[in-house]
Structures are given as C-alpha cells and as structure tokens.
Design a protein around this ligand. Sequence first.
Ligand SMILES: Cc1cc2nc3c(=O)[nH]c(=O)nc-3n(C[C@H](O)[C@H](O)[C@H](O)COP(=O)(O)OP(=O)(O)OC[C@H]3O[C@@H](n4cnc5c(N)ncnc54)[C@H](O)[C@@H]3O)c2cc1C
Length: 486
Amino acid sequence: MASSSDTTTTESTDVLVLGSGIAGICAAIEAAEAGAKVIVLEGASGPGGASAQSGGEIYLGGGTSTQQAVGMDDSTEAMKAFLTAALGPNADEEKIEAYCDGAIEHHDWLLAHGLEFRHEVWDEPTWMPSTEVGLMWMGERAKPFSDLARPAARGHRPPQGMFAGETLMARLLATAEKAGIDIRTEIKTRTLVRESGDPAAPVCGVIATHFGEQLEFRAGAVIIATGGFVDNERMLEQWAPQQVGKGKVTDGHSDGSGIEMAMRVGAAVRRMHQTETALPVAAPLVTNGLLVDGGGRRFINEDRYPGLYSHAAVHHRPAPTWIIVDEDIVDAVPETELWGMRPTHVAETIEELARDCGLPERGLADTLAEYNADAEAGEDRAFGKESRFLKPLTSPYGAYPTGNGMRKGLMGSESMPQGFTLGGLHTDLDSRVLDLAGEPIAGLYAAGRATHGLHGEGYISGTSLGDGSFFGRRAGRNAAKESVHE
Ligand SMILES: Cc1cc2nc3c(=O)[nH]c(=O)nc-3n(C[C@H](O)[C@H](O)[C@H](O)COP(=O)(O)OP(=O)(O)OC[C@H]3O[C@@H](n4cnc5c(N)ncnc54)[C@H](O)[C@@H]3O)c2cc1C
C-alpha cells in the first residue's frame, strides 16, 4: 500500500474509474450525471475492454418494453426464479433480487444512453445469433427451468450479428464522451493510495504508470472496474485451478490487477473459484443431436443454454465429450450457424462410430437406442429435452469433437474448452468494496468481473455485461455522492 506522500500529485478529480469496459463506462456516466468530475484510467491502448469483444448480450427481463414489443410475457418473479436456479448452486440471491427488481429501469436506462434492441427474437438455443435480432432465448424453456419459472426470452442485444459487444461499447463510449468524461488510455493503475498511509483511512487515489512514467491521481472516490483474472496464471493456480491450461475468453487484459490492488488495502474476495466455461461447439448441432461423455452416455438435455452443458461436460463428466448427429441434423443447420464445424468421423453403424471416436461401443449403442425410442415416443424420459428437438437418428451417423479431452489442434486454435472468471472483490448492493470483516472500505467501489457477480456455479450469457453495467451504475452514483460536496 502506498501513502499519498510517496509521489508527486499530478491530478485531482471527484471520481476516478479504473478500467473502461462496460462496468467502468456505466459507472463513469452515472457519476458524471450526478455532477461529479470523472476521469477513467485505461491500461490498454484503446477503451472497451473484453466488453467490446463480447457477444453484447445483456440479461434483462420482468417485462421490458423490448419484450412487450414482441408479445413476450414476463415477470420479475419468473426472472428471479430462473436466474437463481440457472446461476446456482450458490448463486448470490441478494444480488439477483436487486438486479431483477431493477431490470426494467436498467433496460430503459441503457436505451436512453445510446443502446437499441431490435424487436425480433432468435428462437433457437445458441451462443450468439448471426443477425441483428434484439432478443434471444437463454435456455429458459429447457428443463428443469421451465418447471420452475414461466419461460421468457431475456437476452437483449444490440443490432450486430455475432459479436455485438463492439456496437454495445461504441454506443456507450459515445454517450460517455458527450457527458464530458475524460478517458485516458495506456495508463495502468498499480497501487491504491490511502490518506496519509493510515490503513483505516479512506482510499483517496492511485499510483499509475504511463510508459514508465509514474503518475498520481487523487480522487474523492475510486471505482475498480478492471475486469477478471483469467489472464493471470498465478491467480488461476491460486483461486481457480480448474481453468489452468484451458482457453481464455478475454481481451488479453484480464490480469486481476484491480482485484489484487484492493486486496492489498484489505478488501475481501468472494467466489473466486467460479468460472464460465464454453465448449467450442455450434449450438444447433448439440441441440438437435446427442451430447455424450467419455462413457458414450448422455448427461444433460441438449437444449439448455450452451454454457450450462459446457460446464457440466468439462467439470463434471469423464472426457472426451462428443456430439453425435445424423445427416438430417447437419443438413438442417444453415451454413452460417455451423461456424465452420465439420464432423471428424462418419460411419454406417453406431458401433463403428464409437470405435472411431474411442468411445465404448456398448455405451454409445445403448444411449442411441434409448434416445431413439424416446424420440419415437415424443418424450425424452431421461432429461426432458423439448420434443421439437427430438428425432430418431438414422444411419449414417456423424461425430463432432467438442474440445473436452480432445487432441490439441484437432479443431485448430479452438480445440479446448474456454472460459473466464466470475469471482472477485466482495461488494455489497451499493457496490462498496468490503473488507475481511464485511465493513465497507471508505472511498472504494467496484463492479463487473473485478467483483463476484450474481453467479454461483452456473453462468448464463448476459449476466456478466448485465451485472457489470447494473452494479457499475450503482458504483458511479454512490461514488459521486461520497466525493462531491456542495
Ligand atoms: C468473446 C467474448 C464473448 C462474450 N460474450 C458475452 C455476452 O454476450 N454477454 C455477457 O454478459 N458477457 C459476455 N462475455 C463476458 C463479458 O464480456 C465480460 O465478462 C465483461 O465484459 C467484463 O466487463 P468488465 O467491465 O468487468 O471488464 P472489461 O470489459 O474487461 O474491462 C476492464 C478494463 O480494465 C482495463 N484494466 C485492467 N487492469 C487495469 C489496470 N490495472 N489499470 C487500468 N486499466 C486496467 C482492461 O484493459 C479493460 O479495458 C464475453 C466475453 C468475451 C471475451
């Protein structure tokens, strides 16, 4: 920890935001609108962070105007019930409650600050729609969730095919610019500063570097929005070893520096072991086919949100995981949704396919026989996959590898499961950073993947950009309140 007297003060502001992803920019906009002078320090050469490279999906519901425009009925209670189940076990129920209660207002705020969600729904399970649709399903209709809460499509996204995060952040950054927010790039924050170096004194600024030059910024309050730690191997070893050696869903700057900076001034962390997991698969192949583990057995309904079956496959099943299909399934998937995937094995019999894939012949043959019988009967008795995705598979059969336990290089650079971290600084519902005793650290706020989110073991797309923007706004508002004195 540094004391404010160690270096020369170069600049002062009311609110200092560290990181210019969705959490930082939403925090900055709220703080500026509350009357604070705001500086954002960004370590990379441009703003936007991982948020700008993302799918741009934001999980919102309860009856937003976008949902209403497409005739989608929803309620806050249904949204809460779905998220609590899908993000669990051990989801943060307090944060989910606050997030769902504020979802309609948050949706309207995003629209008022430059975003747009087209009034069109993507109807099939997918990671990312290839068109500009504004609304998508995130597995709400899949079992067991459809029994727990009335399903509604809640994935809101800006108008861009695939990686809509670019449009998302371009719009929010344009709003920030209009609000007069000063965003400085290539300034990496290194240390938090406390008044007079007293460990109980409020945080009052940071020490940062710009190409080797040391700078000090003083502020009434500091907001950490520096993202997660998937790019920091040492932190992964320490906190989330299951992610070591796996692919990274990141912009390359999720180095955990903000989390560790705050820990050095006494901040507590939470749920550091939780990670998002993604198998590199084209979702329609999985949804309409069979997902099997190393024993050749199905283990989940394939119409769930892809992150949930990825997590189950990678963390809870014997490797490798394969997608088993037939010709009709492949022919029905438009080329744009296949993402270049080709089956690595095709065979006339299921036993031959099993041998080629290195799967137990009996295991896979039994699985297919059971699945086909259920499909004929129109009911997936094992896992409850929706009947519209159930069709008996016929010869010839094909198999797609998923990256779980696969030989490296089989699918080029995308041959492994990938992910990002979900744990981080312990924050309360006002986005204050808490110490080991659960007390707020004066002058210090945080949001986004630098904090623990709504998540327990599960992850649904849209909840990272969602909680980052939502609690980022709270950080901005409260930091402005703490730092601006009439
Ligand atoms: C390909 C991809 C697709 C995704 N799709 C979705 C999706 O559709 N929906 C969803 O909810 N989530 C999605 N995610 C996850 C989501 O994008 C991130 O979890 C989220 O953007 C994190 O937001 P953030 O503001 O916390 O951090 P970031 O957006 O990563 O921003 C943090 C910023 O802080 C900067 N920084 C870091 N350390 C310092 C420092 N010490 N000093 C100064 N600056 C620093 C970084 O350079 C970065 O610009 C996706 C991620 C990727 C990579």
